[in-house]
Design a protein around this ligand. Structure first.
Ligand SMILES: CC(C)(COP(=O)(O)OP(=O)(O)OC[C@H]1O[C@@H](n2cnc3c(N)ncnc32)[C@H](O)[C@@H]1OP(=O)(O)O)[C@@H](O)C(=O)NCCC(=O)NCCS
Length: 149
């Protein structure tokens, strides 16, 4: 009899995760963007190889959460952890994959001196606002401003 595990494993992001992340991004957004992800993952690994995480389920990468600690931007002087991009394989949602990655990256931010954690969510993306609310995030007084050029 073969045993199967359904335990979610959270581990640091690795260069070899690019193809899995490209697949998840394509499932979410419908576009195949290997060049974008090669650049983006290279950036996070150069900046801080320990902070960003992926989630594995049954030995397969099913989620990713990328971010870093920055300070001195947008008038926010205190070291702040920024969750910048995330995704969970649509077939593996509702199994605390996102929550586990969130808890891990928050811990990494804290270890790197962050005093708070921020992200930006479009109000129309209700799944993301529901997700971050359930992780204890609250709307902030810092607002995004935008204009076309
Ligand atoms: C948001 C997302 C990360 C959630 O992943 P998940 O693994 O299904 O989430 P979890 O199972 O860990 O759920 C954690 C909490 O989030 C909440 N949540 C998850 N999906 C939600 C949804 N669609 N609507 C509202 N709340 C939601 C749950 O209520 C849960 O809280 P609970 O534990 O108190 O019940 C996932 O749906 C996703 O990847 N969405 C697309 C993200 C995206 O657009 N990325 C590209 C731009 S960055």
């Amino acid at each position: 009899m073969t045993a199967t595990t359904t335990e979610v494993i959270i581990r640091p992001l690795d260069e070899l995760d690019i193809s899995a992340i490209v697949r998840i991004d394509e499932q979410i957004g419908g576009s195949y963007r290997p060049d974008v992800w090669e650049r983006r993952i290279g950036y996070y690994l150069r900046r801080d190889p320990e902070t960003s995480v992926v989630a594995e389920l049954d030995g397969r990468v099913v989620g990713f959460m990328l971010g870093e600690v920055r300070s001195g931007e947008f008038g926010l002087e205190e070291p702040t952890g920024w969750v910048e991009v995330l995704g969970v394989d649509p077939d593996c949602r509702g199994r605390a994959v996102g929550r586990r990655m969130g808890e891990a990256i928050l811990q990494h931010f804290k270890e790197r001196g962050a005093r708070s954690v921020r992200t930006l969510v479009d109000e129309e993306q209700t799944e993301l606002s529901g997700f971050f609310s359930s992780l204890g995030f609250e709307p902030s007084s810092v607002r995004a401003f935008v204009r076309p050029v």
